[in-house]
Design a protein around this ligand. Structure first.
Ligand SMILES: Nc1nc2c(ncn2[C@@H]2O[C@H](COP(=O)(O)OP(=O)(O)OP(=O)(O)O)[C@@H](O)[C@H]2O)c(=O)[nH]1
Ligand SMILES: [Mg+2]
Length: 254
């Protein structure tokens, strides 16, 4: 857990616990555990958001998925497609990673399996132009959601930030989701803060929670950036994707 968040938790707990009298019927361990749960709930409080409500209100609803190299953007784009299709939405995929070898084919495979239309250009093409074409064609065809899968780079590479800024300017996504690895802790906070400053992030999806010991990153992220976590990636399959609930993390921690 990030240091400031850990400090905020211990401070809050100290206020809640110091000088408290605990009845023997509850017992100290259960009392303390309850206070920890309550503290974590408060620390993780952010304004609630319903992605589906937003999608229903705007057609096509355009979502940009962004984040560092290998975080799981493309897999998450596919999982989100699956989730949306199960809920009766038509989905268009924009292959705005024209940088990494194999990126277009990777998304193409998902688009075939999931029966979602794919918009792509050649490698080296302008990612913003791909995103723009996807949005325009979705408008013309009356499709519900456009998911823009963007490229990753190591850390907060300036070229990538410029590329993402251009996608945002040109394709005007309604929602920008930062995809990060649940176990990357402080590195994720630092990167997400930088991406947020440069292009503005609306929410998060944390991947690979199946390989994270606890979920302290989720707590720190909510406490520090005050933006919602929408989903958690819990494995490599399309179904390994759950809507975020604070309780899920609290159960892992307490
Ligand atoms: N265990 C586990 N693996 C995941 C999860 N999400 C993604 N992965 C794996 O992480 C690896 C990278 O996933 P990609 O979706 O290609 O990541 P990316 O961010 O698109 O990568 P670049 O486009 O190269 O930046 C793949 O092997 C995925 O199967 C998850 O929730 N759990
Ligand atoms: Mg990718």
């Amino acid at each position: 857990m990030e240091q400031d968040t850990a400090h905020a938790i211990t401070q809050t707990l100290q206020h809640k616990l110091a000088g408290q009298e605990v009845s023997t019927s509850i017992g100290v361990p259960a009392f303390v555990q309850n206070q920890i749960r309550q503290t974590l709930t408060e620390i993780m409080e952010v304004p609630p958001v319903s992605l589906m409500e937003k999608i229903n209100a705007q057609k096509p609803f355009v979502i940009l998925l962004l984040g560092p190299n290998g975080a799981g953007k493309t897999t998450t784009t596919a999982k989100l497609t699956h989730w949306l299709k199960q809920r009766g939405k038509s989905v268009v995929l924009a292959s705005a990673d024209t940088f990494r070898a194999g990126a277009i084919e990777q998304l193409q495979t998902h688009s075939r399996r999931l029966n979602a239309r794919l918009v792509h250009h050649a490698y080296g093409a302008d990612p913003a132009a791909v995103a723009f074409d996807a949005v325009k064609s979705a408008q013309a065809r009356g499709e519900d959601v456009v998911l823009i899968d963007s490229a990753g780079r190591q850390d907060t590479n300036q070229n990538l930030l410029r590329e993402l800024e251009k996608i945002v300017r040109v394709a005007k996504p309604h929602y920008k989701i930062y995809v990060g690895e649940a176990f990357s802790g402080q590195a994720l906070l630092t990167q997400a803060t930088e991406f947020n400053k440069a292009i503005g992030i609306n929410g998060f999806i944390l991947t690979k929670i199946d390989s994270d010991a606890k979920g302290g990153t989720a707590i720190s992220l909510l406490h520090q950036l005050k933006k919602p976590i929408l989903f958690l990636g819990t494995g490599q399959k399309y179904e390994d994707f759950i809507e975020f609930k604070k309780e899920y993390i609290i159960e892992r921690v307490v």
